[in-house]
Design a protein around this ligand. Structure first.
Ligand SMILES: [Zn+2]
Ligand SMILES: [Zn+2]
Length: 83
């Protein structure tokens, strides 16, 4: 289960770069999958596996990024207030 449109689009759909992929990556143009944004964002786009994970990590609303960014925000606040 990849949470993508591989199952929704027919294998010979013109937007599919190959049978194992359902879209091109919006970032790097490699074959990837049309997936919903990993974070709490109403956006669906093409992601290769690498950029999907990268988005999950660095995006402030991604499942991992949200912890990184709130952690960073706390660190900055602590830096200025706990001296
Ligand atoms: Zn797919
Ligand atoms: Zn990519």
């Amino acid at each position: 289960m990849k949470n993508c449109y591989c199952d929704a689009l027919p294998y010979n759909h013109p937007s599919r770069p190959g049978p194992d992929f359902c879209a091109m990556c919006d970032r790097c143009g490699k074959p990837g999958h049309l997936r919903h944004h990993p974070g709490a964002v109403p956006f669906t786009g093409g992601y290769c596996d690498f950029h999907y994970r990268l988005t999950a990590v660095i995006h402030p609303l991604g499942p991992i990024g949200i912890f990184l960014w709130t952690g960073a925000a706390f660190a900055i606040v602590a830096f200025f207030f706990v001296r």
